[in-house]
Every structure is written in C-alpha cells, then in structure tokens.
Design a protein around this ligand. Structure first.
Ligand code: GLN
Length: 468
C-alpha cells in the first residue's frame, strides 16, 4: 500500500484520479483491515483498489468526470464498492474518465485528459472511457481497479496500457450505485495486471444483488456452466474481424497468439459473424438513445449543479442553461443523436433497425458457440443447438491498432474515434463475457480479446491465463 501511495505522488501528472482518499485515512484503513487477517479469505485484505468516478462512494465525490456532477457526493456506496470493502480492500481514489463513459480515449473529461503511457513523441492515449482506472493500475498506483464497459470502455484502455481488462457477462455484477450511461449495455469491469488477480476480484463481485433489477437471479445463475479447463479448447477465429484497417503489428500478434494456443494443444477454427459489420453503427444508435433518456434527469433541479439565474427564470431556460454549461461537447452530441433517433420521424429507420441488428449479432454468436445460450428458453436452445462444430471461445484483437498518440486523438473526428470500438462493441451488444489480455506485438504490448458464450466467464478467464 505504501508503494502505491508513493506512486500516486510520482505519477500525479498522468491525471488518473479525479479525487484521492486522504493518505492517513488510507493507511489507517489498511492497518485496520490487516488486523482482521485470517478471519476470512485474505486475497484483498489491505489492498488498494481504485474505482472509476461513475461508481458511487459515500466518502469521496462521484462526478462521472462531468461538470454537471462536479460537487456530487453519493449518500451510499455502490454494491460493488461495498463488496470490495467487505473483503478488506481499501478504496484509494476515484479515477478520471470520459464524461459519463462517452469516449474512447479519456480525453473528454471535465478534469482534463488522462495521460497514457509515455513515448518518445509524447503521451499515448490511455484508452477510454475507463482510462484513469487503467493508468492507475499500469503505473502501480493501486493493485486493481473497477471500470465500466458499455461498448469497450474497460477492454480498450487495458489494451492501450498493457494490462488486463475484463467485462463479465451482462447482469452478473451489480450495477446498483453505478451512474447509468446505457443501461442495457452497462457492465462493471475489472482492470488488473494479470488474469489471476482479475479472477480474484471477479469471484468477490459475482453475486446476485436484489437492489439491481437487471442482476441475474440465483435460479438463472445455477444454469450457467462451470469452466472446463484442462481439456482441449476449440478456439474460434472470427474471420470478419480481419479488416483492412487492422494494423500489421496487431495482425501479427493475433496470428502468434493463435499459434501459441495451437501449440498448447487447442484447435483453431474459422468462424463467421456476418452481422459484425453493422454492430458498430447499431451501437452508436442504441447507446446514445439510452443515454439521452438517462441524462434527462440532470436539469439543475433534481441533480447536480445549476446555472446561475434569477428566481422566476422559466424552467426551459434554466434547464437549457444548466445543461449547456454542465455537459461537455461529446455528451451534448450524444444527447442530440439519441433524441433524434428516438423521435417519431427517425424511430423506425434508426432505433428499431439498430435493435434488429443487435438481435442478429446475438444470433451470430449463438450460432458459432458450442454451448447454447443459457438465457434462451429450452425450446429455443433445441432449435439452435447445432453444437457439433461449435467453438468454446473466440480470440481476436481488442482494437485495430495499438494506442495512438493522445495529441492526435484530441483533434480527431468523432466518427474516427467511434471506429476504435469496432471489435469490442459486438460482445457488448450480445452481453457476452470478454477480456483483453496484453500479448507481445513486435516489442510493444497489444491487446488480445477472448470472448465466450453468456455465462462462460470462467472459461474466458482460463483462456486469458493461457494467453497471458
Ligand atoms: N467508446 C464507447 C462510447 O463512447 C464505449 C464507451 C463505454 O464502454 N463506456 O460509447
């Protein structure tokens, strides 16, 4: 813990944290936790863990890196925070991020951008939106961190900073106390130095929470399979991910990882996921639509900061001034996009179409995995089980390139920024477990992604351990 605290000072310029817990308080909590050692399982006792600033904590502000929430302090801890504290972990601070989770480089923050790994030409992008969490882990300011992953926000920063980032199956980890971006996609994710540590946190957090209406109930949890490590895995190679914009270094790393797995006795199989081509467009219709609805509550009356104005200002003026000042440009863009795609004139052509694509993406995955989707009804499973030639997991890159320079992406066209999510968004649309693992890519680290069938989280973690 002392080393982590020292690293916080020496790496303060990376801007990984929005707020840090008081050092004396942290050390006292570590000492108190240490004194309970031996009472339960000690994996996390006295360990410093950082938490993304869209996850509520009662002792530190929760801003989602937005101007509109800059002085918000939650009256309670999110369930995941409580679970970590109960396990003896100490929350060291709240990490910087793209405002409300909207972005891929942690550059859209009210508190300034997170700086990624240092290169001779300048700082790289830390990835986003959980870039603060990723850099906090990568620079040794904590042993692990929580993030959120809606369309890749844990996996992409992990890939860009050379660490592990895991997005579990949708509904396994509680979202109670997590500020919503797009509820049907939002997932708590874990960032750590290796797959083993990631698994330790996952095991602590993977529990039903009655406070979260989307938390998977115990009866369904019982239907999930247990891992099958120790047998030959059938590894799927999604050929549709071999796109022209794939960087040669990333492609070579992909091939090397596959050969590596083959050398360990696992078999490789080409699979096709044709709807993947449309997944990114569908995501950028659905996520903003849900966001525009979720963010409507920040109006200066019920939540957050309020624009200055004399009493008696008409509500509409108060709302628009508050929202105009409180939300950054990317959030405003998403709200407009979402409000448009949900409007009567655009609904059929955008929102409904995107929902259909989402269903096709889910079907694609179900058709390539050997295991049936445990969320489908029994009749559906019978119809769909053509499992003979199915695969256990898919392995593909996390992003088309390694981390770009921060300076470059700050002036990037929004559409180009959205392109970074092309490989992470499909698993989000289908709610599947997916992890990014750092592998060697011509001397630098490249993120390799493992995707599994719904509920096969342990198998995904097992495969990550084989790669890492
Ligand atoms: N980059 C994606 C977005 O901006 C993903 C963000 C996320 O997963 N929170 O929507």
């Amino acid at each position: 813990a002392k080393q982590c605290i020292a690293n916080q000072s020496s790496h303060a310029h990376l801007n990984a944290f929005v707020s840090l817990a008081d050092k004396a308080v942290v050390l006292a909590r570590v000492a108190a936790a240490e004194s309970t050692r031996g009472r339960h399982d000690d994996d996390l006792v006295g360990q410093l863990i950082a938490v993304k600033d869209n996850i509520c904590t009662s002792d530190l502000p929760t801003t989602a890196s937005s101007g509109i929430l800059k002085s918000f302090v939650s009256p309670y801890d999110a369930t995941v925070v409580k679970q970590l504290r109960d396990a003896g972990a100490v929350i060291s601070g709240k990490t910087n991020m793209d405002e409300f989770g909207m972005g891929s480089h942690s550059a859209h923050s009210h508190f300034g951008p997170v700086k990624g790994l240092s290169r001779s030409e300048g700082h790289a992008s830390a990835g986003g939106s959980s870039g603060g969490s990723a850099i906090a882990v990568a620079s040794g300011q904590c042993i692990a961190a929580l993030g959120t992953d809606t369309g890749g926000s844990v996996r992409l920063p992990a890939a860009y900073t050379g660490i592990v980032g895991f997005k579990p199956s949708y509904g396994l980890l509680s979202r109670w106390g997590v500020i919503a971006y797009a509820n049907s996609l939002d997932t708590i994710g874990i960032l750590a130095n290796d797959a083993r540590q990631t698994r330790v946190l996952f095991n602590k957090l993977n529990a039903y929470d009655p406070h979260d209406p989307t938390s998977l109930p115990p009866s369904t949890r019982q239907r999930l399979r247990t891992s099958k490590l120790g047998r030959r895995l059938r590894i799927g190679i999604p050929v549709d991910y071999n796109i022209t914009s794939l960087d040669p270094t990333v492609k070579r790393a992909w091939i090397r990882s596959l050969r590596d797995l083959e050398a360990q006795g696992h078999s490789l199989h080409n699979v096709s996921l044709p709807a993947t081509r449309h997944a990114l467009s569908a995501y950028y219709v659905l996520a903003p639509a849900e966001a525009s609805s979720n963010l409507a509550k920040y109006d200066g009356v019920r939540y957050g900061s309020r624009a200055e104005g004399p009493d008696g200002t008409p509500d509409s003026v108060l709302f628009s001034k508050t929202r105009g000042q409180g939300f950054g440009p990317e959030v405003q863009r998403r709200i407009l996009l979402g409000a448009f795609s949900l409007s009567a004139q655009a609904m059929d052509n955008y929102f409904i179409q995107a929902q259909k694509v989402r269903r096709l993406v889910q079907r694609d995955f179900d058709s390539v995995f050997a295991a049936p989707n445990p969320l489908l009804s029994v009749e559906d499973v019978e119809k769909e089980s053509e499992t003979e030639n199915g695969v256990d997991v898919l392995v593909c890159p996390t992003a088309p390139t390694s981390a770009p320079l921060l300076e470059k992406v700050q002036n990037q066209d929004p559409i180009d920024a959205y392109m970074n999510d092309v490989f992470t968004v499909p698993a989000s649309l289908a709610g599947l477990p997916a992890i990014s693992v750092p592998v060697d890519g011509d001397g630098e680290k490249v993120g390799m992604q493992v995707i599994g069938q719904y509920g096969d989280d342990r198998m995904v973690l097992d495969t990550a351990q084989l790669l890492g």
